[in-house]
Design a protein around this ligand. Sequence first.
Ligand SMILES: N[C@@H](CCC(=O)N[C@@H](CS)C(=O)NCC(=O)O)C(=O)O
Length: 192
Amino acid sequence: MMKLYFDPQSRSQVAKWMLDEAGVDYEIVPTLIREKAHKKPDYLKINPAGKLPALVDGRTRVFENAAICMYVAEKFPQARLAPSVGSPDRGRYLSLMVYSTAQLEPSMGDSLLGLHSNNSARGWTHFEQAKDAVERELGYGPYLFGAQFTAADVMIGSMFIWHRAFGGRSNRPKIDAYIDRLQARPKGMKFG
Ligand SMILES: N[C@@H](CCC(=O)N[C@@H](CS)C(=O)NCC(=O)O)C(=O)O
């Protein structure tokens, strides 16, 4: 059975949300940050960055939420959590998965931490510009791929859910309505 290395008070909840949406069996391996379990040599063999979460599936190990979500979507195509390989939407899907973690996550982190820099040489820009990009991609919704809920909603949505949990407001009615929809899903991401 797949094993999810998990601390409930961490981004491990993103991978858990994805696995729950896929409706598959997995085992939770408690790996608590406060106990420094994520820095132990055995865990570093799974995720060399010493961060949570990580997923182990037989001889396969996957770290970074975006990779875990893509792995799960690919392994369980019947869950329809990604546009299929070869479909015209596939490129946009891959782009949004990488965008979520390469640009949205750091710009949101800057915003929460009050680190304001407009130096786009870092590879990402201000959180407000990231919100613009998400609004453009949302179109008429309800999800990023219209009626089909996908791993891209897990990755992009979880960033905004996390932002909310830390008291941030998006101040974008369209994004707020989207996040409300995601949180209302029966298997939506939980915290703590
Ligand atoms: N981009 C990574 C972020 C992982 C991450 O930063 N995890 C945090 C918990 S929310 C962590 O393990 N921090 C502990 C540390 O770095 O020592 C992902 O999505 O997997």
